[in-house]
Design a protein around this ligand. Structure first.
Ligand code: ATP
Length: 263
């Protein structure tokens, strides 16, 4: 179980990015964290993985626990050793290395005798990567690079995956493919997943539970089937009106100013 209690994060001791965030990711579940640009979703993941420190950020209040042990204040390498892998937004693969070499880089925390089974697992989830294993990662399509970034994290045999915007900038075909695989990883490898997404529609399809974030705060949470039916979520994040029509971005912004809903 991953648990955040009343977490506040500041960057450079001046920018308050998270304001009392409390959330839980039960073992074996997929939990989605939804919200608009700048809501604080990536900061939440970086606070968990310890990467905020590399951006001069700090947990200034509250605590983060993994299986009952505090991990806030630990460095990123220590959090990785506890089985938490963070796949950052923007597909950070090593472009000059081959697909195979990128995957080896992901396995450095796992014993080398397991290497073959790790490759077999990643290539079973992502057959496209197997086909391209000798090619340079920089020449892969955006969708394939995202697969490689997730595959590289899987090489470390994680218990918990933090996925930041896996759908960002991808063609719809790749979005569906990647989310189908995310669901399989959770179901088959029992990997716990905290998923940050702006694409609420697809995130609500795969996750069991979701939190909605605005301005550094959690404003709504619930099981995904319940949130999918919520009028506010439909209007703000799914772009659908009560009559089933799609709303324009302008309408949604207007609606947002008029109506405030807090969990
Ligand atoms: P996006 O989808 O655009 O990444 P987000 O919900 O992930 O949005 P964050 O990136 O966590 O939001 O940003 C939350 C707030 O913290 C924003 O106001 C942002 O400007 C600020 N912020 C994020 N990273 C830094 C940083 N390295 N230094 C200073 N402020 C930052």
């Amino acid at each position: 179980m991953l648990k955040l209690t009343d977490v506040e994060v500041m960057y450079g001791r001046v920018i308050l990015a998270l304001r009392g965030v409390t959330l839980e990711v039960p073992e074996g579940s997929i939990v989605a964290l939804l919200g608009a640009n700048g809501a604080g979703k990536s900061t939440t993941l970086k606070a968990i993985s310890g990467l905020i420190r590399s951006e001069n950020g700090e947990v200034t209040q509250g605590h983060i626990e993994l299986d009952g042990q505090r991990i806030d204040g630990k460095d990123a390498a220590d959090v990785v050793k506890r089985g938490v892998m963070h796949v950052m937004e923007g597909r950070h693969v090593f472009p000059h290395l081959t697909v195979h070499e990128n995957l080896i880089a992901g396995a450095h925390t796992a014993p080398s005798r397991d290497l073959k089974s790790k490759f077999d697992l990643v290539y079973q989830y992502f057959p496209r990567l197997k086909d391209r294993q000798g090619g340079r990662a920089g020449y892969l399509s955006g969708g394939e690079q995202q697969m490689l970034a997730i595959g590289r994290a899987l090489m470390a045999n994680p218990r918990t995956l933090l996925l930041d915007e896996p759908s960002l900038g991808l063609a719809p075909m790749f979005v569906q493919e990647i989310f189908t695989i995310i669901r399989r990883i959770n179901a088959e490898a029992k990997t716990t997943i905290l998923l940050v997404e702006q694409n609420a529609r697809v995130a609500l399809q795969v996750a069991h539970y979701a939190y909605v974030m605005e301005n550094g705060r959690i404003v709504l949470s619930g099981p995904t089937e319940q949130l999918s039916r919520d009028e506010g979520v439909q209007a703000f994040y799914l772009g659908v009106t009560a009559a089933g029509e799609r709303r324009s971005y302008r309408d949604v912004k207007h609606y947002r100013r008029r109506k405030a809903w807090i969990a």
